[in-house]
Design a protein around this ligand. Structure first.
Ligand code: ZN
Ligand code: FE
Length: 740
């Protein structure tokens, strides 16, 4: 990966360093370098490339071929770039690099300059308006380069050669500060004021790379609770930015793979196991912390002067709306939440949230794919040119096809929110513009009511292009197959919350025999009524009741379960009536609902205040090792009567942490058992695990372990989320297969 990351100028600098003449040229499959000189020098040169390559580049291999060349008397960047080449040259945003941080202390033009950047670092995607990626096509266009910046920009040997956002104290963007009584300018003065605010428990709205954040002291209980209260975010965990890796190590357990990810130039939020509690209001009873390290110069500068080693840094928005990027909007909408505003005078054009990652099984598992990842293309083995895949409805992302590459949008969010739906519309237009994309073929979810489906139908009519619809869980499985370049029959296991099935029911505990074209449903979790429909997702106690009622009926003593004592009897009666009379009770095989039910039975979460709260609390309760599991029956469907019965029996006498572990082990056993049955019937051996439930670290590690030990080949999502954020990639490759 050498495009859009300053790779060719880097090669020029390396050649100059080693006194080599020749040229460098972009090719579709990498970069070609011609150097003329003796073998030893060329060896050193190529080693240097490997050792010092720009952080956002990735070198798979260097091949050296000897050829006859002569006549070079300099080193140059060759060839005229074709438009097609430029298309993939939009780099994701890159955390400020080490060299720039050093320059902030010694470069006379850039002492304490908070917008410092170079070809190796700085904003990219968030400031780009169009291609080619040149300064006039970015939101830096309103800043005229000073003479000094201009000469660096044009000096091929300078680290800032063609660094489009190049700027310094005399010509670039600046920060400004505002609260109810005063306005400040000058970064030093501003940061002193901000540090006073943070120390006194206030909330500061701070403009980031891809949108506004809200910030407060992560160790100050009343500050965090206050922010939580004002943001109307009842108990969803807040992300935390730590001063440095030492602070992370104090509060979180972190291994080598996690540390590498946390320090990477993408600077994601990493879900880590909590070691020491910050404010209890940060994670609200979960045993994890969403941790990140500073990535903008201003973050580093701030941590130089604030006392606290950790601040809450949560996206600046009202409940479920998209993260705010506009300054006026921020002031208007965040006024009731923030005590002050730390902003700057460069426009954010492309909204991106912080990306969220969890290391599962020593590998990267993306939960939210946005800043630092978008719009880096994903290489595919099939041609997807002209295909627009619109994704699902929650955690939406969409994908456009360019040749053999998928360009996936940033995390968009829940389309049911009108502001988010606008963001979806705008981003499709932006991507079409930026990547010179014109849809020739549209694909969407099978669900007729998803707003992404409605959008697809509009396109179908307006552009008169073919539209196909694909089953939700088939797309989940295909997303993982696409990542691994698999194009054959597989055992596809989708553990998910919802997704409309081909029979009109809500699926989500699915065992499929699938290829990219289609699937057969081998078996699935038992169908259970969802009393109240969507309401049963918000109130897991309804699912707890529904499971118990399905398996044990009227004779069961509901008051023997503590959960039901806490539920209003009238409500309980009403829910029972809905189930009995099959009123407003769609049936579901969703694994998410089973996790909800068990979480509620164990007393973790009878009503959810945020998405997936019940399963998250259930997973979080696991502590220590056990391989025990509960009985289940894998017949025509997977029946959990014995499982629920055993859990209820364990409830009064066993530690909750053990019950939770045993329940997770049960699901892993189900996965193994059914995989074996499928292998027996079909001799298939490749197992794809996808769907939102596999964000559960314990479950995915346990399932992979059991399957691998039983000689299955297991594949999981790494480049796109296993949740609905990855669906569009699956849709894209399915479309490529079907349209032929
Ligand atoms: Zn830099
Ligand atoms: Fe899904």
């Amino acid at each position: 990966m050498v495009q859009g990351v300053g790779f060719r100028p880097f090669i020029c600098r390396m050649a100059a360093k080693h006194g080599l003449f020749g040229e460098v040229d972009n090719r579709t499959d990498g970069v070609s370098v011609i150097v003329q000189g003796d073998l030893k020098t060329i060896d050193r040169f190529s080693n240097d490339i490997l050792q010092n390559a720009p952080p956002a580049s990735q070198i798979k291999s260097i091949e050296i071929n000897a050829t006859q060349f002569s006549g070079y008397d300099s080193f140059k960047i060759a060839g005229s770039k074709t438009v097609d080449n430029q298309i993939t040259e939009v780099s994701p945003d890159i955390a400020v690099c080490h060299d720039c941080l050093e320059d902030m202390e010694k470069d006379p033009e850039r002492i304490d300059y908070a917008f410092i950047n170079c070809t190796n670092c700085g904003p990219r995607f968030t400031i780009i308006e169009g291609l080619p990626y040149d300064r006039p096509k970015t939101t830096m266009k309103s800043f005229r380069m000073c003479e000094n910046c201009n000469s660096e920009y044009n000096d091929i040997l300078d680290r800032r050669f063609h660094a489009q956002p190049i700027a310094c104290n005399s010509c670039g963007p600046v920060y400004r500060y505002k609260d109810s009584v005063k306005r400040l300018s000058g970064i030093k003065q501003i940061l002193e004021e901000v540090s006073v605010q943070i120390a006194s428990g206030k909330t500061v709205a701070i403009k980031g790379i891809g949108g506004y954040h809200l910030m407060c002291d992560a160790l100050n209980n009343s500050a965090v609770s206050e922010l939580r209260h004002k943001k109307q975010r009842d108990s969803k965990p807040f992300a935390v930015m730590f001063r440095d890796i030492f602070a992370v190590r104090k509060y979180c357990y972190i291994d080598k793979a996690e540390e590498k990810e946390l320090k990477s130039w993408c600077r994601p939020i990493l879900i880590l196991k909590q070691k020491e509690i910050l404010s209890v209001a940060v994670s609200n009873g979960l045993n994890t912390i969403g941790a990140m390290l500073p990535y903008m110069p201003v973050h580093y500068m701030l941590f130089r002067i604030i006392q606290t080693p950790a601040v809450v840094l949560t996206s600046g928005n009202i409940s479920d709306e998209p993260i705010i990027i506009d300054d006026l909007m921020a002031e208007k909408q965040l006024m009731s939440i923030a005590d002050s505003f730390l902003s700057y005078n460069r426009q954010i054009l492309n909204r991106t949230d912080d990306s969220v990652i969890r290391i599962i099984d020593h590998k990267t598992s993306l939960i939210r794919r946005s800043r630092g990842f978008v719009p880096r293309p994903i290489d595919l083995k099939c041609n997807v040119e002209g295909i627009l895949a619109l994704g699902a409805e929650q955690k939406n992302s969409f994908c456009i096809g360019k040749g053999n590459q998928a360009v996936m949008s940033q995390y968009i969010g829940d389309l049911k929110n009108p502001a988010t739906y606008n963001f979806f519309n705008e981003t499709i237009d932006r991507f079409s513009d930026l990547f010179r994309f014109k849809p020739e073929f549209v694909i969407c979810d099978h669900h007729p009511d998803y707003l992404s489906t409605l959008y697809a139908e509009i396109l179908e009519n307006e552009l008169n292009i073919p539209l196909i619809r694909v089953q939700h869980h088939h797309a989940h499985i295909a997303s993982c197959m696409a990542e691994h370049g698999i194009d054959e029959d597989v055992i596809g296991i989708s553990m998910d919350g919802t997704g409309l099935g081909s029979d009109g029911n809500i699926w989500g505990g699915e065992f499929l025999i699938a290829d990219l074209k289609g699937f057969i449903r081998f078996t699935h979790f038992d169908y259970i009524p969802m009393p109240g429909g969507e309401k049963a997702i918000d109130e897991p106690w309804r699912m707890a009741f529904s499971y118990i009622y399905k398996y044990f009926g009227d004779s069961f003593d509901y008051k023997s379960v503590p959960l039901f004592n806490s539920i209003d009897s009238q409500k309980l009666l009403l829910v029972k009536e809905m189930v009995v009379k099959k009123m407003n009770s769609p049936i579901t095989s969703g694994a998410g609902r089973l996790f909800d039910a068990v979480s509620a039975i164990l007393g973790f979460c009878s009503a959810a205040t945020f998405d997936s709260e019940a399963p998250m609390r259930l997973e979080s309760a696991i502590d220590g090792e056990t391989n025990d599991f509960y009985p289940f029956r894998a017949a025509k469907t997977i029946v959990f009567a014995d499982t629920i019965k055993a859990i209820l029996e364990d409830l009064p006498r066993q530690k909750i942490s053990v019950i939770s572990a045993k329940f997770h082990n049960t699901i892993a056993q189900v996965i193994l058992e059914v995989s074996r049955q499928i292998r027996k019937d079909t001799s298939l051996n490749k197992v794809i695990l996808s769907g939102g439930v596999f964000q559960n670290k314990y479950l995915l590690e346990k399932s992979s372990y059991l399957l691998t030990r039983n000689r299955f080949k297991v594949f999981t999502n790494h480049l796109v989320p296993a949740n609905d954020g990855g669906i569009s990639l699956g849709q894209l490759v399915i479309a490529s297969k079907i349209r032929r």
